[in-house]
Design a protein around this ligand. Sequence first.
Ligand code: SF4
Ligand code: SF4
Length: 308
Amino acid sequence: MKPPYSEQLNRCECCPRHCGVDRLAGKTGFCNVSGDILLAHAGLHFGEEPPISGTRGSGTIFFAGCNLCCAFCQNWQISQEFDFSNTRKLSPAELADEMLRLQFEGAHNINFVSPSHMIFQMADAIQTARQKGLTVPVVYNSNGYDSVEALRLIRGLVDIYLPDIKYMDNALGQRFSAVRDYADVIPGVLREMLDQGGLLELDDAGIARRGLLVRHLVLPGQIENSKACLKFLAELNPDITVSIMSQYSPQYKACDIPELNRTLTGEEYDEITDYALELGLENAFIQTPESQQTYLPDFDKTLPFKQI
Ligand code: SF4
Ligand code: SF4
């Protein structure tokens, strides 16, 4: 077994922000999380794409903190404004036990949500969980602002890559997510993920086994950005599986940004999905107009995804 991946946190370069802080000594960088594993929520989730949620649910593990700061974050309670009242501090062994619990409850996979800043703690936990009997695929469900070097270090531990492609425009990334080089970083990240996992593979029941599924959330009024994202994917590989998400609704700070303070129109979404087909992206998941509400979690509740 390789030495603990988490040793890398003594000069953190987990993500392209390269903060260089010693998280093992309790220091924090942009993501605001030290070397501890801060678990915000672990449970079965049925709102992912059908090959991920399947019939029995995806075993989601939400970490606190994030290496982006999106004005429209629907998980802001745990990504930006978390505290010790809504998180639990775990060791890698305890995180491995959570993974095994979710597998026991029937999860089709273990789905790490926003793991970019926890990539090495996650890797240590995966190794332990595999030794203790974890057999379902591991999903790396990230915002795409990942370190290619870190991804190479954990090669072989992740079965399914589920990244976003948010922007192909650095100015938009800066304005909406406080990141200056997202459009420069994402091409290399997606190439690495495709190289590691290949195209999405399903089993006979239509459940994802391995490979790459890329998500794109269409933002209101940002049609050219969405088209540029899809064009990049089509050039990378037109057989790539893409989930084109219509669920945007103004959350968190987006309510104070006039251009983000509305939902997407049907015409905007149709223009993007038509464009994807024009590009030859035929392996696309497309949502219905009523998707806005069904995906919104509330992390102040014990069951954040239960619609009451
Ligand atoms: S939307 Fe995702 S990437 Fe952006 S701040 Fe929230 S959790 Fe992080
Ligand atoms: S993971 Fe956090 S501390 Fe490390 S480089 Fe990224 S933002 Fe900085």
